[in-house]
Design a protein around this ligand. Structure first.
Ligand SMILES: Nc1ncnc2c1ncn2[C@@H]1O[C@H](COP(=O)(O)OP(=O)(O)O)[C@@H](O)[C@H]1O
Ligand SMILES: [Mg+2]
Length: 380
């Protein structure tokens, strides 16, 4: 039975620290040294109180009745005496893990992972990821925190767009993927207002992230954040595909231009073969009233509804970059981004969207023609 050691603590932690460890690692079992039996029993009681159902295993040199009784009273059901006998260890671990709940009780894992995937470099995926993450972090303030992680390892811009000076990056986080805890994470991530950001770091040619590292980082983030936004390069690297599999929504960003739409179709075909198509939401960016290709035609070309239309706002985006801020909330683009954030959080449209609801949310209603006058909206 494979066992993963989530955290090694070489002392008896305080209750506060224990709670933090339990929350950020979400273990199924806790192994306690009986060297200081009273301290071990204290930790066992606290662990059971904060993570009901957690399995407790005592280990130590002495199996005197006093030690065993004190541990038993604290809820420790298994004890292994050193020096260890491999078979006895295996049997004890087997019993423990069979008794342990699959997911540790009390560990709430966020499902809200949003991937931003440009169909072609330059269509605006990063701009949308940054702006949307900031809006989400404000909308979710009561519920929990939001993370923006930049997985465009060669041309990452999230840190720059938010004027962050972080020395740490996705590369550092991946290097520590199996030992992430709250205090290390606080050093690695950078705050930008309510939002936490993990920039992509300096160019690291040829550097790769292992799928196991990705899963481990995501497991940690899921416990820590209520929403996780992931910016992708669009090249669909192996780690990028791993992230897409873990995502709830893949926001495929394109513009109403033929080359972009051609590549969007290719990306979609690949996502279909990976059985990821149902997660895809098409975001049509930089839309203007002069666009030759209308949103209806984009839908026909891609075979999917357009989920959101964001207007072209060169000045607004430029001003935001110069200030290291988001686009103005009152601008047309700011309002559309907020609608997009609200709809993602609302999540209901995931189940077989009705045309009507879709229309209400987004810009396929006549409202969208506020920036596309002279056309009738489609019947809803
Ligand atoms: N809605 C928009 N209106 C005007 N310019 C935009 C808009 N969205 C993005 N841009 C601009 O497009 C360029 C590419 O954006 P970026 O977010 O880096 O694209 P990607 O991540 O898809 O490669 C940037 O100069 C950005 O300022
Ligand atoms: Mg980008």
């Amino acid at each position: 039975m494979p066992v993963v050691i989530l955290r090694l603590v070489e002392y008896y932690p305080s209750e506060t620290e224990l709670v933090r460890i339990l929350r950020t690692t979400g273990p199924q079992a806790l192994v306690l040294s009986s060297e200081d039996t009273r301290a071990a029993a204290g930790v066992a009681r606290q662990a059971e109180a904060h993570a009901p159902g957690i399995q407790l295993l005592g280990i130590g040199w002495s199996n005197s009745p006093e030690v065993l009784l004190e541990l038993m009273r604290a809820g420790v059901r298994e004890f292994l005496q050193a020096p260890f006998d491999l078979q006895a260890v295996e049997a004890a671990v087997h019993r423990l893990l069979n008794a342990a709940p699959r997911a540790p009780a009390g560990a709430e894992l966020s499902e809200e992972i949003y991937s931003f995937l440009p169909c072609k470099a330059g269509v605006g995926a990063t701009t949308i990821a940054v702006n949307l993450s900031v809006i989400l972090s404000e909308l979710c303030k009561q519920k929990g925190k939001v993370l923006l992680a930049d997985f465009d390892l060669n041309s990452g811009l999230c840190g720059f767009l938010l004027k962050l000076q972080s020395p740490h990056s996705v590369v550092d986080a991946a290097n520590h993927a199996f030992s992430l805890d709250e205090s290390l994470w606080r050093q690695l991530s950078s705050p930008a207002g309510e939002l936490d950001v993990l920039p992509s770091g300096k160019l690291a040619p040829g550097w790769r992230i292992d799928p196991a590292q990705i899963r481990s980082m995501l497991d940690f983030w899921r416990r820590y954040y209520s929403v996780i936004c992931l910016d992708h390069s669009g090249n669909l690297e192996k780690y990028s595909i791993e992230l897409l599999h873990e995502s709830r929504y893949i926001l495929l960003v394109c513009t109403a231009e033929l080359p972009a739409l051609h590549l969007a179709r290719e990306r979609l075909a690949l996502l279909r073969t990976l059985e990821l198509e149902s997660k895809v939401r098409i975001v049509l960016n930089r839309a203007t009233r002069k666009d030759v290709i209308r949103p209806e035609e984009v839908e026909k070309l891609l075979g999917l509804p357009v989920y959101a239309i964001l207007p072209n706002d060169y000045k607004g985006v430029h001003r935001a970059i110069a200030l290291g801020k988001t686009v103005e909330v009152g601008s047309e683009l700011g309002k559309r981004l907020r609608q997009l954030a609200e709809s993602l959080l609302n999540g209901g449209e995931n189940q077989a969207p009705e045309r009507r609801r879709f229309v209400e949310y987004f810009t396929l209603a006549p409202a969208r023609y506020t920036f596309m006058p002279g056309k009738e909206g489609p019947a809803s």
